[in-house]
Design a protein around this ligand. Structure first.
Ligand SMILES: Nc1ncnc2c1ncn2[C@@H]1O[C@H](COP(=O)(O)OP(=O)(O)OP(=O)(O)O)[C@@H](O)[C@H]1O
Ligand SMILES: [Mg+2]
Length: 255
């Protein structure tokens, strides 16, 4: 039997009286792209933050390759091979774009082959190229548009060479053409192969998205949250036809 990859077991998180994530359980394989959907406020970002260690679950466990990671520091979780992008982006605004990514390349995980400055710079450049903003490498991060900031987030995450990549609305703020490009990049990254100095094996992914049409094209499986509860988990076509899922979206105005 294959080693379990990511396992979420009855995880809950409350903010004051509000249960943002309620007894959620699911597991995923090393080769999957899982789409995480649900109306605004359903608990998607909170669930992702519980996996990256930014938030600590009140109850339940999160295990990555059989290791319990609840309560571990984000930095240590990155070194195990999990990286994510934020819904609210937080670049080092006064630093050049390439320096933002070089910081990720300096993680012990990414430096394990004893690389130093020139190679770190080249690797950061590969990540920027992957994300499609290498021509802006020397501009300050503060000059980037929303869409390009999104790309910088992705570049920073993949520069840590994750085995599990968590993307919070990677198409958010992107035009239809940019969305198409980003979807292609995500597929290419997941398939693996050589990309400069990055990734021989593509990472598993959890992708939160409101742009459902685009998400359905790249996800192998869809998980739906509503008011903190997991209400569906299955192949895209099955989940789209699910009565509870349709209802929770229609209740929101059919987004
Ligand atoms: N740090 C926090 N403090 C208090 N409440 C929070 C905090 N983070 C999230 N919440 C609340 O928890 C609920 C779930 O929020 P979350 O951001 O996880 O939703 P989401 O599914 O990502 O929504 P969206 O699609 O709008 O991004 C919301 O009601 C939100 O207001
Ligand atoms: Mg969110």
């Amino acid at each position: 039997m294959a080693t379990p990859f990511l396992e979420i077991d009855t995880v809950s998180k409350s903010f004051g009286g509000l249960k943002a994530v309620s007894d959620v359980s699911f597991s995923m394989r090393r080769d999957e792209i899982v789409g995480l959907i649900g109306p605004n406020g359903a608990g998607k970002t909170t669930l992702l933050r519980l996996i990256t260690g930014i938030l600590k679950a009140d109850t339940g466990t999160v295990s990555f390759k059989c290791k319990k990671i609840v309560g571990m520091k984000t930095w240590d979780i990155v070194n195990l091979g999990i990286a994510g992008t934020f819904q609210n982006m937080r670049p080092f605004r006064r630093l050049p774009i390439i320096a933002n990514v070089m910081v990720s390349c300096l993680s012990p995980r990414s430096m394990k082959r004893g690389e130093w400055v020139k190679r770190v710079e080249a690797k950061a450049m590969d990540a920027l190229e992957f994300a499609g903003i290498s021509d802006m490498a020397l501009e300050k991060a503060s000059t980037l548009s929303q869409g390009d900031l999104k790309r910088l987030e992705v570049a920073r995450a993949i520069a840590t060479e994750p085995e599990l990549l968590l993307l919070d609305e990677p198409f958010g703020g992107l035009s239809p053409a940019e969305t198409e490009l980003m979807a292609k990049s995500i597929n290419r990254l997941h398939k693996g192969g050589r990309f400069g100095r990055l990734h021989s094996e593509g990472p598993a992914m959890v992708i939160i998205e409101h742009k459902l049409q685009q998400l359905m094209k790249i996800a192998d499986r869809i998980i739906v949250l509503n008011f903190g509860n997991l209400i569906a988990d299955g192949p895209p076509e099955e989940v789209c036809a699910d009565k509870d899922v349709i209802e929770c979206y229609l209740g929101e105005g059919g987004k």
